[in-house]
Design a binder for this molecule. Structure first.
Ligand code: SF4
Length: 352
């Protein structure tokens, strides 16, 4: 499976947890967007694998998003993967929002989502944009009033215990079709360290047990899984003999690429690009498809580390033990990447 992070705009927020390197950025001219869609479709015709692209960051901030959505839905060899998530600011700032949502509906996309980071003040602090909570709530109400399916993602941080009442009230107000609960992962992006002071602990998660049930989650399962993903739990696993090089060497079947606003195509998810393949407008598509076909998967962020210079495991254990023991991460590899980020070793093989 191949997915291409297709960045037609930047974002109106600068979320601290953003693992796709979002933030303010240029807008790709619509002529380039339409040409890139054509070129991606042609590239996909040479590839034997399932391939999709995702209009990422905040595509609803693109002035010609309606035209883009319609073109993106007409491809033959590549699929537009629609996640429908929005900060709300791009959509609620536009006068043609009803027309834009209609264009999504016409193309078969009916699901939209917002992410909530706590009460209004804390949400705006995490997104680093005043007014972003109000915009997200308004966007949620707007989607519902237009007949869309609305999801609300609750992204855990250390404010959740004190903000749980406000979150419950918002969910009652919005009545979303789906509620997701996410514990942020850690990835080797340059911006991700900014979220670390906001990360929740296992104790905070446990204190939310009854709220999690109220929010439609399986609290016991979430807590059971979380207990394995703390700094202390992973340090214990490493001390018990867990082998990092073999974890990093596991075969991966998913390959992520990104296409930037300047039409340059990169290997690697947005923010963790390992090398540049060239300008999609002028690349020889047949030979580029051969290069892509030969690439190993990189879904797991382990693919972005130079395994030849991994530090001794005792150094990693000691780095993890220096962090607060019950700090909670979204998955097990995240904790390892967090520990590695504490060590002064040139491990990442990212393109600068
Ligand atoms: S999390 Fe989403 S909205 Fe926030 S900066 Fe990243 S891409 Fe943009």
């Amino acid at each position: 499976m191949i997915n291409i992070d297709f960045l037609v705009t930047g974002c109106s927020t600068r979320c601290r947890h953003c693992y796709v390197n979002g933030g303010p950025g240029p807008i790709m001219p619509v002529e380039d967007v339409l040409l890139c869609i054509e070129r991606l479709d042609a590239l996909a015709s040479y590839l034997p694998k399932t391939i999709s692209f995702t209009l990422d960051h905040e595509p609803l901030g693109h002035p010609q998003i309606e035209q883009i959505i319609r073109a993106a839905s007409r491809t033959v060899h590549i699929e537009n993967y629609h996640h429908g998530m929005t900060s709300g600011m791009g959509l609620m700032g536009r006068e043609d929002r009803r027309k834009v949502v209609r264009a999504y509906f016409d193309c078969g996309y009916r699901d939209f989502g917002i992410t909530i980071h706590g009460n209004e003040a804390h949400h705006d602090e995490i997104t680093r944009r005043k007014g972003s909570y109000a915009a997200a709530v308004k966007a949620g109400e707007f989607f519902k009033s237009e007949g869309a399916e609305l999801s609300v993602s609750l992204m855990l941080n250390r404010f959740f215990a004190e903000d749980s009442h406000s979150i419950s009230n918002l969910l009652k107000q919005l009545q979303p079709n789906y509620i997701y609960f996410a514990i942020p992962i850690y990835t080797p992006h340059r911006n991700m360290r900014d979220f670390e002071p906001y990360r929740a602990s296992l104790e905070i998660l446990k204190s939310l047990h009854s709220r999690l049930e109220e929010w439609g989650q399986d609290a016991a399962a979430i807590i059971r899984q979380a207990e394995r993903n703390t700094t202390a739990a992973v340090a214990d696993c490493l001390a018990g003999g867990l082998d990092i090089p073999s974890l990093f060497a596991e075969k991966q079947d998913e390959l992520y690429l990104s296409l930037h606003q300047d039409c340059m195509l990169y290997v690697g998810n947005s923010g963790v690009e390992t090398h540049c393949l060239g300008d999609i407008r002028s690349l020889d598509l047949r030979s580029t498809a051969e290069v892509i076909t030969a690439l190993p998967g990189n879904r797991d962020y382990g693919a972005f580390y130079n395994t030849a210079v991994l530090p001794p495991v005792k150094d990693l254990i000691s780095a993890l033990r220096d962090l607060p023991p019950h700090t909670l991460f979204g998955d097990f590899p995240s904790v390892i990447y967090r520990g590695l980020s504490e060590l002064n070793v040139p491990l990442l093989k990212l393109q600068t």
